[in-house]
Design a protein around this ligand. Sequence first.
Ligand code: IPE
Ligand code: IPE
Ligand code: MG
Length: 250
Amino acid sequence: MTLDRSEQAIARAAADRAVPRHVAIIMDGNGRWAKARHLPRAAGHRKGMETVREVVRVAGELGISYLTLFGFSSENWKRPETEVKDLMGLLRLYLKREALDLHRQGVRLLVIGDRARLAADIQESLAEVETLTAANTSLTLIIALSYGGRAEIVHAAQRIAEDARDGALDPASLTEDAFAARLFTDGIPDPDLLIRTSGEQRISNFLLWQLAYTEFVFVDTLWPDFDRESLLSALGEYGRRERRYGAVSA
Ligand code: IPE
Ligand code: IPE
Ligand code: MG
């Protein structure tokens, strides 16, 4: 879907102000969207997948370089088996249906999280799409799957401890950059903007390290209802923020 003229104008205005290089989204509220319609939670997840397609497309058109979507948390494994199954089924469908489209749009797909916990066929599909799209340069789409921020930090700490044990690293000279290079997000700039939908105002174990200086925008819209206008409005809010990084404003 392309932007109409007025939206292009808004988009240009947003671009002039500051289109964030990296937007991260906690896509929340699928269950409540379904409940309000007396539908099963899976129907909310299905509609939420349509939102993902739309937001990826618009993010590319706006010139956002990195889009990170929280698709499934390490804590989401605690949900009823049927819901986990539904979500994994939708992930399979998304990969099958969208892979070529993403490639055509010039999107590069990256996955962060504990992918070893995912079913073997999903791991294979993810690896295939990552390989297919590896050289694309328009938008990097990072999907967090079986992802937990604390687990990621512990994983990085393990790798550092191993390097130190093997004599490859001097603990006293460990830098923040060297630590960050052991996270799943190595090479990806920190998010400029975090959006969480559905009115909840918490991080839920997402990107704990990377969000240190990110601007947060919380919106009441449920993820299945989030659209181009919602994204543009969040970008507008971001454009009005002053980022100081601990310094005194100019
Ligand atoms: C977000 O919607 C999707 C996932 C967390 C996988 P939810 O399923 O959390 O929806 P609510 O929060 O119950 O409404
Ligand atoms: C966070 O949403 C995880 C994803 C969006 C994938 P949750 O719905 O799982 O978070 P809580 O349980 O409300 O904190
Ligand atoms: Mg939720």
